[in-house]
Structure formats: structure tokens, C-alpha cells
Design a protein around this ligand. Sequence first.
Ligand code: G4P
Length: 534
Amino acid sequence: MLDRTHNTPALPPEIARRRTFAIISHPDAGKTTLTEKFLLYGGAIQMAGQVRAKGEARRSRSDFMQMEKDRGISVSASAMSFEFRDFWFNLVDTPGHSDFSEDTYRTLTAVDAAIMVIDGAKGVESQTRKLFEVCRLRDLPILTFCNKMDRESRDTFDIIDEIQENLAIDVTPASWPIGMGREFVGAYDLLHDRLEIMDRADRNVKAESIKIAGLDDPKIAEHVPAHLLEKLREEVEMARALLPPFDRQAFLDGTLTPIWFGSAINSFGVQELMDGIGEFGPAPQLRPAQERQVSADESKVSGFVFKVQANMDPKHRDRVAFVRLCSGHFLRGMKLTHVRSGKAMAISNPVMFLANERELTEDAWAGDIIGIPNHGQLRIGDALTEGEALHFTGIPSFAPELLQAVRVTDPMKAKHLEKALTQFAEEGAAKLFKPMIGSGWIVGVVGQLQFDVLQSRIELEYGIPVRFEPTQFTSARWVAGPRDKLEAFVKGNRGHMAEDHDGDPVYMTRLQWDIDRVGRDYPELKLTATKEMM
Ligand code: G4P
């Protein structure tokens, strides 16, 4: 387990003030709205409504494609940096649809903390639970935001109980809601003894904050109706007796989550949550590598690629590799070693994403996310260092669960298809297999919607109409082992063999029985459903 006590003031101030986090939630809980309010308070945008495509239809397939087409939106959604008070926030985000969770999982390797947004009426939903489990694997500190308190919500204790029981994490209230639905007036800030009163008239106005001397302060009655006040006092007393108090170390260890109650759309509770991230952290943490742990305050720069996005600007056909800086102070123009190839790379055009603008950056610190435009050299999992051979660990790769053959309707375009598919494979958007016998490609993905998106992107970005069709195979396994054994195996099973986009051998079949047989007949070979990213 990582040593999180490392979160000390001894870090250089520029690193200590960095907060790099992601938002995890089930679709519709309010992630986009909350992100937008963060940017608003971070001064990165002037008006609500700038970051997102509007309305219900946004989540329909056709609109998703439109959104992908208008890459501006997903660009700004990849990594956004902004200042808030004394802090520098890096908010890393990915599409919330479950078919894209592979991308989301990888994103979680690049952050130091996560905000879990839940809908006050729905509680912990399936996607939240899945993503939470990934955070747990890394012991990530989690801050919880219970959203939509302006609507009829569940009882506050019920919500807290559900999180504790469902996710097996202790919950401590950072705020306590006063009323709910139409009667929702605001929240009592338990950590600072403040009353936060929601402004219903203007959704973009932040709450009025009133300093009080505990719940017996007569000032409260001026703002909270008597029946709600009585309930608040009772509930807070009970909460203090029954629930654990805030404990920073337990939070940093990922065993306790503070919860804020609010309404993102009404800008309520958002600043308090942001203050919480600032106050409690964590600052950039130690990063595990095969060789050793890398500390943020080391003077030499290091980082790893956790995401590659292609064609962000269709006019330039570039790829941007998103790099989480793990240590040091990066300066534009630096020559870094690309550990996988051993070659030096001059990083002359690093970009950061300030709200929805992609801007050239002159420097960046450990904890920051920078985008490096490149022509395909940088892949997910790659490390960049000032010479040391570091291999950062923990970037997950997923077993492709669905396999389909891809066909071009125009055979003249087959060559271009190869280029498009290779690129998506490098982005991590799909696994690509070239069967040793016959022509064509087989594509492996985790969720059905990925085929639709790929089909649409191949057409939009490369002008190649394609269709996906079932193949005779349903499972793919990477095969590794001593060279002579591997060669003998490939020779004897050519009808089942393919190469992935790195040229590594993959065995394909539709029968589990086949896989078991290979295991018995070739005990020296290792068959795996995923391929290590590094
Ligand atoms: P997501 O990114 O997690 O999928 O959620 P998103 O922010 O898009 O929010 C989902 C819906 O919930 C949106 O409504 C949004 O306006 C609404 N919402 C977000 N926060 C709150 C809140 O605090 N209170 C209430 N009552 N609603 C909230 P929509 O109708 O789908 O979209 P739109 O037409 O409002 O844009």
C-alpha cells in the first residue's frame, strides 16, 4: 500500500497546491453540471452552459456521435485545469457511458482523488459502484457530493447508510441538508459551523454563508423555519453520536468519505466541496513504478501516458497523448526519454486545457496533466523521464469481450481502413486483430456501443463507410512463452491465430474448451485475456 502520510507541507508550494481529481458517477447524477460549476467558480468560464451540449438528446446515440464530431466538447472534457483560491485544480474527466468505462478506469490511474456524485433520490447506482471499486483498488481518497437536494430525496441517514453498507466505506457528514425538495433551504456546515442558504432566484449565485456559533445560535431562526430547525438539531445530534467524525488520515487512506449535500444546478454546496478538496487534499501523491515509488517532489521530471486521443483537430490529424506528470518541474522544450523506445523526445508543443481552450504551456508541475501532440509514438502506459528507465504500474487493460469483423463497402479503401483501425487501437478505443489466414480485421471491444462509435468515427474522420459483422470467434487470448514453443504453437493453430496491432500473437476461438486444451497441451505457454499496457 502507498504511504499517504507523504502528503506533507515539505512539498514545493507549486506542487503542494495542486489537486488532481476525477468525478465518478452514474449517468444523469449531475457530473456535467457539477463540472460546469467548478469551471465557473474557477473563473475558467463566464457563463453556465458553455461546456456541454444541451438537453436530453445529448445522451442519445446520434447526439453522442455529433458530440464526438464536435471534438471540442470531448477535448475540454478530457482534462481541465483552473485555479480556485490558492489551489490549482486538474479535473480529469471521461464520458460516463458504461461502454466507455475502460477509458474512465484508465483516467482513474492519473488522479489523486475522486469525487463521487450521487443523486439524492437514487443513491448508489450501478456505474457508481463499479467505478468506486476501481478507486478502492488504488485506495483513492473519495469526496462524496449528494446532488439534487432541491428535489424530493431520500432520508439523509438512509443515503449515508446505503453508502456505508453498499460500498463498505465510512461516511462522515461535512454538511447536513436542511429540508428537501421544495422545502430545501440549504445546509449546515458541520466542519466550519456555518449555515449555507440557497438562493432559489438565481441558479448561478453561490449560497449565502452565515457564520453561527453552533446550532443553538438564535441567528439560525432568521433563516430556517422552526419545524426544519427542530429536525436539523435532532438529526445533527444523532449524526454526531452515530457517525464517525472527520479524520483526515482515514480520508487520505480511502477508508472514510466526507459527504456534502447540495444542488449542482443551483450552485449549492459546490464551493464547499471545492474548499474541501483544497483543504483536505491530497496533493500529488507517490506513484508506483516497477522499479520504485516516485515522489512528486523529486527534481527530475517523470510522467506516464494514460490516454491518447486522435483527431482532436480534424484539420491537423494529430494525436494528443495525455500525460500525468509524476515528479518535477517540466519546462517547454525539455528533452525527455521515451522509456519504451529508449529515444529522446523534445517536448516542444505541450498543451494544457484551460476550460475549453487548448493552450500551449510553458511549464507544468508534478500532478498536472499535459497534452503532448505526436504522430503515434506515444502510447497508453508509456513513461517519459529524464533518463531513468521507469515503468509506472497500475494502468489496466481490459479483455475484449465482443469480437466483430470489420468490412469496408469500398474495397479501394481497405488500406486507409488499416490506418484508421491502427490509430483507434493506439488510442485504446478498441483491440485490433489481423488473422493470419485470410484478409480483413477483427475488432475487439468491451461494450456494444463502442462498435457504433467506431463505425461513426471511421466514417467521419476517414471518410470510410464500414460495417461490423459477427465472426466465427468470440474469445481472444494473448499467447506468450518460450520462442520455440510459441512458434510450434502458432504453426499448428494458424486458423486460430491473429496478430494484434503490435504484432503480438493472439489465439482466437469460440470455445472455452479450446482454451483449456491449449493450457493442457502447451503448459509452457501463457494465455491471457488482457495484455499488459507496459
Ligand atoms: P451527468 O453528466 O451525470 O449525466 O448529469 P448532468 O449534469 O447532465 O445532469 C443530468 C440532469 O440532471 C440534467 O437535466 C441536469 O440539469 C439535472 N441536474 C443536475 N443537477 C441538478 C440539481 O442539483 N437539481 C436538479 N433538480 N436537477 C439537476 P436534463 O433535463 O437531463 O438536462 P438539461 O435540459 O437540464 O440540460
